[in-house]
Design a binder for this molecule. Sequence first.
Ligand SMILES: [Zn+2]
Ligand SMILES: [Zn+2]
Length: 219
Amino acid sequence: MGCCFLLHDGDQSAMIDTGLVGEPFFIRRLFRRLNLAPQSLKAILLTHGHLDHAGNLAWLKDWTGAKIYAHPIEQQHINGTYPYQGINRWCGRLEAAGRKVFGTRSAKIDEFISDGQQLPFWGGLQVLHLPGHTLGHCGFYSAKHNLLFSGDMMASYFFNAHRPWPILNSAPEQLNVSAEKIHSLKPRWIVPCHFDFLDGDLHRRRFAKLFGFADWGNK
Ligand SMILES: [Zn+2]
Ligand SMILES: [Zn+2]
């Protein structure tokens, strides 16, 4: 459903998000292929606590011993106790059903992250607090690679690139402000968590179009 990213650098690595179902198989296989010990994973960076991103959080933490880095507000999402309001309640209902079906366990955030913070992974990652989808939703920006992992600011499929569905957003009025924050940073590549092809240039153009940054998209 969603993508996770293994960022490998030297003798340590970090993982962005953990997926919902099936990822333990793929993640184990990836580590074997790259000849990495589970213990080489030093951090699990969470864009936000929705079930399709945090579904395997407890498993990955147990398997690797890595610390979980996330915005403090996301702990309630991870626990399944976030007080959803209005149509956003449907998100909570879907997650509650998913938790039952998949037997999802909660996990505790070890390190709280905040806007502008520099993290020492993959040559340096900057936390970009991008509220709207959830209140503690964060992106991770690599200046070294000029690339932004944009979490759920958008989904980017060739048949339908779109903003996150309204029922999934806890503070939709903040989405445009967060998009403007990305626009002022102008990363060369954007990599969302839901996409079909890994093409950061294409995703950046789609992002620019979706949020109305005509001056940026085609360059
Ligand atoms: Zn989400
Ligand atoms: Zn998602």
